[in-house]
Design a binder for this molecule. Structure first.
Ligand code: C5P
Length: 289
């Protein structure tokens, strides 16, 4: 009998991100508060009698063997070792690619979680997270989800109390993508350790909506905003235009996506209109726990 599982793979935003330093392995230690949002991809996973991994992606440019979902499936099947049925994974994309929203990492995390269940592998969450770190720095967080303080290369996680509900308006500058590796290669090293995450962490721990809002309204919330890339400059130009309209937009992850949090639905709708009038793409979603 074929067992079928349908899973959501949610995007994340970084409420703040500080690069702490460069590591010997070429990665960077960071400190970041991450939050899952309702925007998600969908994965359909089924097990078949015959072996191997069969993969379909609604976005043809992502349907090759390099997709992290295929790599996640191969890694998990390899780890489980014994005689296993084949798997079919279908991935339906909604999350913009190379946008600082961890779409690929979240797909990989959902694939690992789903295959663990579908194939009855019984791996613990910690084991999945350890394997996930081999695929990408954001995969452990995507497996855990919710609101979290993320340290190390991305594999050291501390759960934080769920963020109070906010509408999240994403603003994507038209037609640009940023490779994470490029953002880390070109950020301004003199900004290492900035901005400090302490006030944000305290506000999130206390569930203090006003202080969270105040922190997010500051000008500089993410070391990777200093990346010396034309795409980053375009995103910052959009951020400045939104600020002039009284909309404090925050830079997510390695960019270029910006987000605006709002408690009020009508304000969120107005932010959508303002973003669209600036020829950027707007997506209205919300925080999830
Ligand atoms: O881990 P992931 O494959 O997402 O990372 C992509 C690239 O981003 C890495 O090859 C590395 O250059 C950079 N990176 C980093 N420090 C991190 C995460 C990513 O330097 N903590």
């Amino acid at each position: 009998m074929t067992m079928e599982l349908i899973l959501k793979a949610p995007a994340k935003i970084n409420l703040g991100l500080t690069i702490i330093g460069r590591r010997d392995d070429g990665y960077h230690d960071l400190e970041s508060v991450m939050q899952q949002i309702s925007l998600h991809d969908v994965l359909k996973i089924s097990a078949y009698e015959n072996g191997g991994v069969s993969f379909y992606c609604s976005d043809k440019s992502l349907s090759g063997p390099d997709n992290l979902v295929v790599k996640a499936a191969e890694l998990l099947l390899d780890r489980a070792g014994c005689d296993l049925p084949g798997v079919r994974i279908e991935l339906y994309k909604n999350i913009p690619v190379e946008a600082g929203l961890a779409g690929g990492s979240s797909d990989a995390a959902a694939a690992m979680f789903g295959l663990n269940r579908t194939l009855g592998l019984n791996l613990k969450l910690e084991e999945l997270m350890e394997l996930g770190a081999l695929l990408g720095s954001d995969v452990p967080y995507c497996l855990q989800g919710g609101t979290a303080l993320v340290r190390g290369r991305g594999e050291v996680l501390e759960s934080l109390p769920g963020l109070p509900f906010f509408w999240v308006v994403l603003a994507l500058p038209a037609g640009i993508k940023i490779s994470t590796a490029e953002a880390y290669r070109t950020f301004n090293c003199s900004k290492i350790g900035q901005p400090s995450m302490n006030a944000l962490i305290k506000a999130v721990k206390q569930g203090n909506r006003n202080e969270i809002w105040e922190w997010l309204s500051t000008d500089f919330t993410n070391t990777l905003e200093t990346a010396d890339l034309p795409e980053t400059r375009k995103a910052l130009s959009l951020k400045n235009k939104l600020k002039e309209l009284g909309l404090p937009a925050v830079y997510s992850g390695s960019g270029p996506t910006l987000f605006i949090l709002s408690r009020d639905y009508n304000l969120a709708r107005n932010a959508v209109k303002a973003i669209e009038q600036l020829d950027a793409k707007a997506i209205l979603c919300w925080t999830i726990n």
